[in-house]
Design a protein around this ligand. Structure first.
Ligand code: HAM
Length: 418
């Protein structure tokens, strides 16, 4: 019984150091843009995720009945929980609401590189603003994070489009409402599923061969002029995207971003700009994804409030950082190792450790009888800065012997000066 459930991970201390480093970078990018952290339970009512449009996420639900016969589920994503929290305090929260979180999410997925059955997903969302500035602020958070961990615009690209592109194409073909969302989910899989499967699914939504060809040619577009040519000069999608890219220029992050009409996203609730970051080499799954979802609350029985945000998993980014050699070597963070040279001095060593801890040092006290050789090895292995030795003669004189491990220098320090 040493193996956990398939698709789940253990985090040994050396893994946890890296994870904390990653999360610290998530936190600092969000904090630098004025977002506040929140959290919610991993267990939710199953009905929070019951959506009819055929998304993978609703089919991959970890759901069960609890002992009180309630239908519950482990959250596959944070957005519905966030929506529930916002809705519960609707009207009482000053807007815009700018919140972030790093929840563990559960999806019964096929495990592969960068995809597990649980992952941690950094979520950054803005509620209560329908301004494009809010969407671009999110891109700025992303770029701030990427720069913080040492990635450059040569390593990855944030591809952007708008649900309004498909809305206009499908609207002209008579598809709207729930059928529109369902069609977006099929279209999102166009490059992952065989053509005939996609065509059959689209036919179910009432789309024939001509319509499929129109969709495909529009999604192939990757510059705004061609999009304008395809959708017409008065297209709302085109003007929205043009305004968005003006703001992206103003932020100075244009190198990181590209328009790509094929970005649709596989979740039903998006209504406006949508984006996904991908490694430039194209070897990994999406690094993160998000977009505007102005009508989620009405689907949950509330009054709508504009919202935009993204989810950013901890797995693909680690693959990319490893590929690029950007994962730092992290030591345990222990500063001092305190050791008593013999058993009689154990109590003295404890008082020394207590004193050092009270002064704010990170102290590992050697708990059992160990030789000095062991203590040196232990110090080296854990990357400690100092070995603090409690020795009979020195102790009698009111001192401890301190060895600086990097320089190898040793000196006696009065216990009162520790
Ligand atoms: P999503 O595209 O389903 O969006 O997931 C967002 C990100 O979570 C993905 O790009 C990936 O980094 C990570 N992710 C998803 N599933 C897995 C998995 N099985 N294993 C590892 N990583 C995974 C959402 O979940 C939206 N709720 C995001 C959002 C927030 N939109 C607006 N606000």
């Amino acid at each position: 019984m040493t193996q956990g459930v398939r698709g789940t991970r253990d985090f040994y201390p050396e893994d946890m150091r890296i994870r904390s480093w990653l999360f610290d970078n998530f936190r600092s990018a969000a904090r630098s843009h004025g977002f506040e952290e929140y959290d919610a339970p991993v267990l939710e009512h199953e009905e929070l995720y019951t959506r009819k449009q055929g998304e993978d996420i609703t089919q991959q639900l970890y759901n069960f009945e609890d002992k009180g016969e309630r239908k519950v589920a482990l959250r596959p994503e944070m957005t519905p929980s966030l929506a529930r929290m916002v809705m519960a305090r609707a009207g009482a929260l000053p807007t815009p609401i700018k919140w972030f979180s790093i929840p563990q999410c559960w999806r019964y997925e096929r495990t592969q590189r960068g995809r597990g059955r649980e992952h941690y997903q950094w979520n950054v969302d803005i509620w209560g603003s329908d301004a494009l500035e809010a969407d671009v602020e999110l891109l700025s958070v992303l770029v701030n994070f990427f720069e913080g961990v040492g990635l450059t615009a040569d390593d990855l690209v944030i591809r952007i489009s708008s649900r309004k592109v498909l809305e206009e194409v499908l609207g002209s073909l008579g598809i709207s409402g729930d059928a529109f969302a369902a069609t977006c989910i099929i279209v999102d899989k166009m490059d992952k599923l065989p053509d005939d499967v996609v065509a059959a699914q689209l036919a179910e939504q009432g789309l024939g061969e001509d319509a499929v060809a129109t969709i495909q040619s529009t999604l192939g577009v990757d510059d705004l002029d061609s999009l304008a040519a395809a959708l017409g000069g008065d297209s709302a999608a085109v003007s929205e995207l043009a305004a968005l890219f003006d703001l992206i220029d103003a932020y100075g992050i244009a190198d990181w971003v590209a328009f790509d009409a094929s970005v649709v996203r596989g979740l039903a609730y998006y209504t406006g700009p949508v984006f996904e970051a991908h490694d430039r080499a194209g070897q990994l799954r999406a690094i993160c994804g998000g977009g505007r979802y102005d009508r989620l609350l009405s689907s949950l029985g509330g009054n709508d409030m504009p919202a935009t945000g993204f989810g950013f998993g901890d797995m693909v980014i680690m693959e990319l950082l490893m590929d690029k050699g950007l994962v730092p070597e992290l030591a345990s963070g222990n500063e001092d190792i305190v050791i008593a040279i013999n058993e009689d001095l154990r109590g003295a060593a404890m008082s020394v450790a207590t004193k050092l801890r009270a002064s704010g040092r990170t102290v590992d006290l050697v708990l059992e009888d160990k030789r000095m050789k062991w203590a040196f090895r232990h110090a080296e292995r854990t990357g400690a800065q100092r070995l603090v030795m409690v020795m009979p003669e020195e102790w009698a004189a009111g001192n401890v012997r301190i060895k600086e491990l990097e320089s190898g220098e040793e000196s006696d320090v009065a216990v009162g000066d520790l």
